[in-house]
Design a protein around this ligand. Structure first.
Ligand code: EPZ
Length: 416
């Protein structure tokens, strides 16, 4: 097992290049199942989760080649089963369900188990596929879906679900007739997937709004696409600047995707100035305490909640952070407390009282964004922080130790 060791207290100064968005790359690679030619995707981040979906595609008979870009050809698609041993490592594997059903009219995908941040059921995905005419059964821990043909339908999501919207959008591209997704997710990653599907020849309108309309077509053709930058990685580095009173130029981020994060960072007293090739972020003292409520896009992203909580540990007052998207996304709180944070959980809210500083300690990562928050806490704490179970961080942050070290952090990865 590996650990990350940080000696905190260094101001982070310099420039960082944001990688491609994990949560756009995963559905976009899955969408290649819908075509029979070579798709070429650029700016695909080198992450564990991306490796997992590539393995999954290869297991389905899909060719995957990689030099600088990732090239995928699903002409040889000859298997409709996504096995448990892969799905259990990444719940986003469920994203092959919709495209498999659309292309082969059959899919068998292991049910993703729960995860640290919540039960994360996929009932809305399955109800939607059934609405399109699929027969959906749950057998021995697998979802088995098949359909003679898929027919367009109107699907209302009780909750805006990101991968649910993506799964149904992909399934509907080859269905007969018109599908309307209501109360759909509006995330930029959903829009990036829609842009790829439209390049493939899909007829989609309304992506990025709560109502998406898809008119089925006969077939889709392979295409090429550059993945959008990762707004959560960008936000994480902006908090790193704020928490170390640093001065970081965050390059290659799409500011149009980050209104809620910009607004909250500014409210906390961090200086953000847009320059032509990115955003300059200057941390100033004192950090102002603010209240945050996570919501579906364009609300404040739940994937930035843990990172903002660490910033609030250093603020000059009390902040209330409410997590409305997942029911158990405060796993980082107990670890932060071990570093001296003053945080109390009341229902779905965390009451964070700013303290004069945190102190380094051995801590354990529990999920992807919690690990990011522990790294941020280590950067700003006095003394040494050792973070174990860092395989979580490698799922969603490309070369994070190298990127932080280039900004002046005293951080290294060691074999435990
Ligand atoms: C996506 O997960 C992201 N993952 C998550 O990012 C992100 O936190 C989440 O959206 C919310 O923005 C990917 O895109 C690969 P949801 P997803 O379906 O699609 C409930 C990260 O750190 N729900 O939008 O799984 C669900 O339990 C990860 O990069 C149902 O009840 O999330 C949750 O409470 C973590 N039934 C809410 O909806 C369903 O069928 C939103 O979940 C589906 C979802």
């Amino acid at each position: 097992m590996e650990k990350i060791i940080i000696n905190g207290g260094k101001r982070l100064i310099g420039e960082v290049e944001i990688s491609g968005a994990k949560n756009a790359a995963l559905p976009i690679l899955a969408a290649s199942i819908l075509t029979e030619g070579w798709n070429t995707f650029s700016n695909v981040p080198n992450l564990r989760d991306v490796e997992t979906i590539k393995k999954l595609l290869i297991g389905l008979g899909v060719k995957v080649e990689e030099e600088k870009d990732v090239r995928i050809n699903a002409a040889g698609l000859n298997n409709y089963e996504a096995p448990y041993d892969l799905v259990k490592t990444m719940r986003a594997s469920v994203l092959v369900l919709g495209p498999l059903l659309a292309r082969l009219k059959k899919a068998k995908v292991a049910l993703p188990g729960g995860c640290a941040i919540g039960a994360r059921p996929i009932n809305l995905h399955l109800n939607g596929l059934a609405a399109l005419g699929a027969k959906v059964d749950l057998k021995h821990g697998y979802v088995e879906a098949e359909a003679k043909s898929l027919k367009g339908a109107t699907i209302f999501f009780d909750i805006p679900t990101v991968t649910g919207t993506e799964n149904l959008m992909m399934a509907a591209t080859l269905a007969d007739g018109v599908t309307t997704l209501e109360n759909a997710a509006c995330e930029p990653e959903v829009v990036d997937l829609a842009n790829v599907l439209k390049k493939m020849g899909a007829d989609i309108r309304g992506e990025g709004t709560e109502v998406i309309t898809i008119e089925g077509v006969k077939e889709l053709k392979s295409t090429n696409h550059t993945i959008i930058p990762d707004r959560i990685e960008a936000g994480t580095f902006m908090v790193a600047a704020g928490i170390t009173a640093g001065d970081i130029k965050v390059r290659n981020c799409n500011i149009a995707h980050m209104d809620a994060v910009f607004s909250k960072l500014t409210e906390a007293g961090i200086k953000l100035t847009y320059e032509n090739d990115g955003v300059r972020v200057i941390g100033t003292k004192p950090i102002r305490s603010i209240d945050i409520k996570t919501l579906p896009y364009p609300g404040f992203p739940t994937d930035m909640q843990a990172q903002m909580m660490v910033l609030m540990c250093f603020a000059n007052g009390t902040s209330i952070i409410s997590e409305t998207v997942f029911e158990n996304r405060f796993m980082h709180v107990s670890e932060l407390r071990r570093m001296g944070a003053d945080i109390r959980i009341e229902g779905r809210s965390a009451i964070v009282k700013g303290v004069s500083g945190l102190n380094g300690a051995p801590v354990m990562a529990t999920d992807l964004r919690a690990s990011a928050s522990l790294i941020l806490a280590g950067l700003a704490s006095e003394g040494k922080t050792e973070i174990s179970r860092i395989y979580h961080i490698d799922r969603g942050y490309e070369r994070i130790v190298e990127k932080l070290s280039n900004l002046g952090a005293d951080i290294k990865r060691v074999r435990d």
